[in-house]
Design a protein around this ligand. Structure first.
Ligand SMILES: C[S@@+](CC[C@H](N)C(=O)[O-])C[C@H]1O[C@@H](n2cnc3c(N)ncnc32)[C@H](O)[C@@H]1O
Length: 210
């Protein structure tokens, strides 16, 4: 049980031995969830994309496969995640198709109107000021650009305690579909859409900058 706790705690900001294990487990464990999330957005040749909270870098790799002649950036505030993402994407980093940087979602090191697409998979729960952080992402999106948020921890009315142990240990909260829609609207996004996957606790939201 202690090992499980050490691993889980490293979802917040992976570091050290348990962080390395967590990164490996996230790359594997979020594979299907990420593919499902990505199936909700259009990614065209030449797109500039950003993955926020890129973890082990698998979403950056998936985006690189889809943007053709475009470019993919990843940011994470964990130095270990940046290192692992760089290694995972080394071929695309070498040819400058991928660029991974250490940064917080609260202060993105990018100009206004930089990206066609921004993705954020299983990271929203940890952000320090969710409304301000969503606005910071909006700043970096191009007009007409899309944000994709992907979650595995959807609150369940039938089983309200489903995420209790993780919530208490990590001081986070599972999300509801309505709460995410409201947050995106208050942050200034348009064309907000959400989807859930039957038989899972998955949620994804897409929203646009007007
Ligand atoms: C559960 S992991 C998900 C990683 C990856 N997106 C995936 O799906 O495998 C959460 C990630 O968000 C990052 N993260 C958490 N808070 C962050 C913040 N404020 N700014 C940037 N990254 C953050 C963590 O370091 C971690 O890599």
């Amino acid at each position: 049980m202690k090992k499980y706790h050490k691993l889980t705690e490293n979802a917040v900001k992976p570091t050290g031995f348990w962080g390395r294990l967590m990164i490996r487990s996230m790359n594997k464990g979020h594979h299907a969830l990420t593919d499902w999330g990505l199936s909700h957005i259009e990614i065209s040749n030449g797109f500039r994309a950003l993955d926020v909270g890129c973890g082990g870098g698998k979403t950056v790799a998936k985006l690189c496969d889809r943007v053709g002649s475009g470019k993919v950036f990843g940011i994470d505030y964990s130095p270990l995640c940046v290192k692992k993402s760089l290694t995972y994407n080394r071929k695309n980093v070498l040819c400058e198709k991928a660029d991974i940087r250490q940064a917080s979602v609260s202060a993105l090191p990018f100009e206004d109107d930089s990206f066609d697409v921004v993705t954020a998979v299983e990271t929203y729960y940890f952000w320090p000021d969710k409304l301000t952080d969503l606005k910071e992402i909006l700043r970096t999106l191009k007009h007409g650009g899309t944000l994709l948020l992907v979650f595995e921890m959807l609150q369940s009315e039938e089983d309200p305690d489903r995420w209790k142990a993780v919530e208490e240990r990590l001081h986070i909260r599972a999300v509801s579909e309505q709460e995410i829609r409201d947050m995106l609207q208050h942050a200034g996004y348009h064309s907000i859409q959400t989807d859930t996957k039957e038989g899972t606790s998955w949620l994804c939201a897409t929203a646009k900058k007007e």
